[in-house]
Design a protein around this ligand. Structure first.
Ligand code: AMP
Length: 293
């Protein structure tokens, strides 16, 4: 696995990875497909499932590890976000990743105090997590746009776990005509149902058990839906009751929305996203479920 930390190094590595005569001499017919998996590191099976999907669908696989400061709010966990670079490298080597891009912050944001160009998907970025984390999605779309421009992948792999992020990135790619296929991969869970997340490492033993209420509320909604309840308001009420049984967990939102526009749905008649965010101790967790009538 080639590890690159500068923009010029990674551009060269991506060109070589795609060249059975690809970009360098524009021989599109021979173009090898480069798949990118953007991450913030502290890798777990969820991340590795994206890497495996990329490996199976692409000729060359690149992963980025970058704890992106612009997507963290001033009171969020940027400085304590888990960093395990050596371990991450070993995991990626095992998955036969070709290229790892792990730049320092100054390489990506050399002039943080100058005026900055942002990529913002308006309106969508204010919904779900965007409401409780102002500026978060602007940071996400800006870093993803930069990675696409730097590495020029043909496909990029994202987890359904971050459903709002996925909708916003799909919209950015459409609106800005990025020549990148966005591939969504299913949520990977612990055996007891907790969605895997790098932030689960923050949970103490008690909070780890309390955190299961997110998955439990989603399962309850799925059961009610399967039993014929299509009213979003009634399903949200049912989920809120599940949270009432776990008073130490502070519900941020429980919403039933269109998976593309993220607008609330009144009655479920097509594929619908059920999304939840809650604070367990000081750790904010998210989870979701897609309902298919
Ligand atoms: P992060 O490192 O948290 O920024 O996540 C990097 C990518 O991994 C994102 O596309 C996430 O949606 C995806 N991801 C994180 N957790 C999971 C999970 N449990 N299952 C599937 N994908 C995940």
């Amino acid at each position: 696995m080639k590890i690159c930390s500068t923009v010029s190094e990674i551009r060269g590595a991506c060109d070589i990875a795609c060249a059975d005569n690809a970009r360098a001499d524009n021989a599109l017919a021979n173009h090898r497909r480069l798949g990118l998996v953007p991450t913030m590191g502290a890798l777990h099976e969820g991340h590795l499932s994206l890497v495996r999907a990329a490996r199976s669908q692409c000729d060359a696989v690149a992963v980025s590890i970058f704890v992106n400061p612009t997507q963290f709010g001033p009171t969020e966990d940027l400085s304590k976000y888990p960093r395990q670079f050596e371990r991450d490298c070993a995991l990626l080597e095992k998955e036969n990743v070709d290229i790892l891009f792990a730049p320092p912050v100054e390489e990506i944001y050399p002039n943080p105090n100058d005026s900055t160009t942002w990529v913002t998907v308006e309106a969508l970025s204010e919904k779900l997590d965007g409401r409780s984390r102002p500026g978060h999605f602007r940071g996400v779309t800006t870093i993803v746009a930069k990675l696409f421009n730097i590495m020029q992948p043909q496909a990029a792999f994202f987890g359904q776990k971050d459903a709002a992020q996925l909708a916003i990135i799909r919209r950015m790619v459409r609106d800005l005509n990025f020549p990148v296929e966005i591939v969504a991969c299913p949520i990977v869970r612990e055996p007891d149902g907790l969605a895997m997340s790098s932030r689960n490492a923050y949970l103490n033993q008690q909070d780890r058990i309390r955190a299961l209420v997110l998955h439990r509320s989603l399962q309850h909604v799925q059961q009610q839906f399967q039993a014929g309840e299509f009213s979003a308001a009634k399903l949200i009420d049912a989920a809120t009751e599940v949270f009432a049984g776990e008073p130490q967990v502070a519900l941020d939102y429980f919403e039933i929305v269109d998976p593309d526009t993220l607008d609330p749905v009144v009655r479920i008649s097509q594929a619908t996203l059920v999304a939840v965010a809650a604070r367990v101790g000081s750790t904010r967790l998210i989870d979701n479920l897609l309902l298919q009538p």
